[in-house]
Design a protein around this ligand. Sequence first.
Ligand code: PLP
Length: 476
Amino acid sequence: MNIPQQGLSKEEILNTLQAFKTRDMDWKAGKVWCYVYNPGEDPAEVTREAYLSYLTENGLDPSVFPSLLKVETDVVRAVLNLLHGDSHAVGHLTTGGTESIMLAVKTARDKARAEHPEITQPEMVLPKTAHAAFHKAAHYLSVKPVIVDIDPATFKVRAEDLRAAVTSNTILLVASAPSYSQGVLDPIEEIGRIAQEKDLLFHVDACVGGLHLSFMRKLGYDVPDFDFRVPGVTSISTDLHKYGYAAKGCSAILYRSKNIRKFQIFACTDTTGYTLINPTMLSSKTGGPMAGAWAVLNFLGEEGYKTIVREVQEATKKLINGVEAIEGLRVLGEPVMCMFSFKSDTINVYQLADEMNQRGWYIQGQFSTPLTPRNLHISVNQGTMHNVDALLKDLAECVEMLKSKTPIDSEGIKAMVSAALQGPDPEAAFGQLAASAGLAGTELPSEMAFINEVLDTLPDELCNVFLVNYFNDLYV
Ligand SMILES: Cc1ncc(COP(=O)(O)O)c(C=O)c1O
C-alpha cells in the first residue's frame, strides 16, 4: 500500500483490518491447538482494557513512569512467590519466552567473561528437546550450543548424559519444565546437583510450565520440584502470555540473586544522547503487556487459575486417552501437564494435520530427529478445552479416511531430495523442488504435507537455509 493522501475514517480502517483476517484460523472458536491462550471473555476483556490503558506509557524510564516500575515489580514478585524465589530472588518482565531465554544466556556469558576470562569459547549444554530460542541465543551471542540427546523412550534428557557434555568451557546448563515438543519434565533436581557440584549456572525453561505446573502442585497433582526450591537452579523463564493467560508480549526472567542478574543489565553513557539503562533487550517499550499481565493475575486470582488448571487437566486426560484409543495413533512419552504430541505408524501425520486443517482445526506438525519420530503437537488451554470431543471425532474420522487415501510417496521424495543434494547446486535444486510443492514466492501454501515431508527429509542445515530463503521471499 501507499500511505493515502487523505487519511481514512476510523470505521473504514477497522473494517479493513478485520477483513484481512478472513483466512486466519478460528482461534476464538477454540480450534487452534497452539499459539493462542484464551482465558475466556471476562478476563480477556479486563486484560485488554488494562493493556490499552498503558499502551502509550514507555517502560524505558522508570523515573518518568514510576507506575510501570510498580506494575513490573508487582508481577515479578507474584511470579517469584509462586516459583519459591526467596527475598534475594529478582527478575524482569520481557516481551516473551525467547527474550527471557536470550537474556539468561547473555547473563551467563557476561558473568563468565567477568569471572572466567580464560573461557574464550563459551558453551551451554542443552537437551535436544530444549526450545529453539536457546539456539537463537547461541547464534546471536556466540555461545556454542552443546546438544545432548534425550532418552528416546521418555523424551527426557538423562542427567548423566548432560554431565558428560560439560567441559572446561561450559558456562550454563539448561533443562525444560516442561519441553514444548513432548510436554515432559526434565530431571531438574538431578541436574541441579550437577550444577552445584560443578559450580555452573543452571537455567530452567519454565516458559510453558511456570504457572500451570505451580497451580497443579497446589491442587495436589504429583509434579516434581522444578523451581527455585531445587538447589542449583539459578534462573527461570516463565511466560505470562502462555499459561498465565496474559496478552502477548509478556514473560518473566527470574534469577536467584542480584549478583547474577546484574550481568543482564546494560548501560550506556557513551553518546551525545540521553543516558541509556536497559535491563532487557528493548529500550522503548509499551507498558501494555505488563499492565495486561498485572490485570489478569489479579482478575483470575489463585482460585481462578486453579479452576482453569483443574479443568484443562481433565480435558487433557480425556484427549490423551481418546487419541490413544484411535487405532494407529500413539502419544509420545508421559506429558506432565497439558501439552503432548503423538505419532502414527500407519498414516502420514502431516497429511492428518492437513485433513484436520480442512475441517478448521490447527494442529502443529513437528519434524523427526534421529531419535524421535515425526509427530503432531497439541497444547490444551482454557480456550480449547471445550472442544475435546469434537476434536477427537474429527481425528478419528480423518485417520480412517487416510487409511484409504494414497499416502505421500516418502521414498520417492527421499530419492528426489538425495538427487538434489548430490547435484552441483543443492540449494537451487532444492528451491525448485520446494517451488513445485507450492512453497515459493509471496503466496502461502494451502497444504503442508508434501512440504513437511520434503523438509523432514532434508539435513537440518539445508532445511534452515531453505526456510530463511523462503521467508526472505515471503515478506516485502
Ligand atoms: C518451552 C518454551 N520455551 C520458550 C518458548 C519461546 O517463547 P516465545 O514464543 O514467547 O518467545 C516457547 C514457546 O512456545 C516454549 O514452549
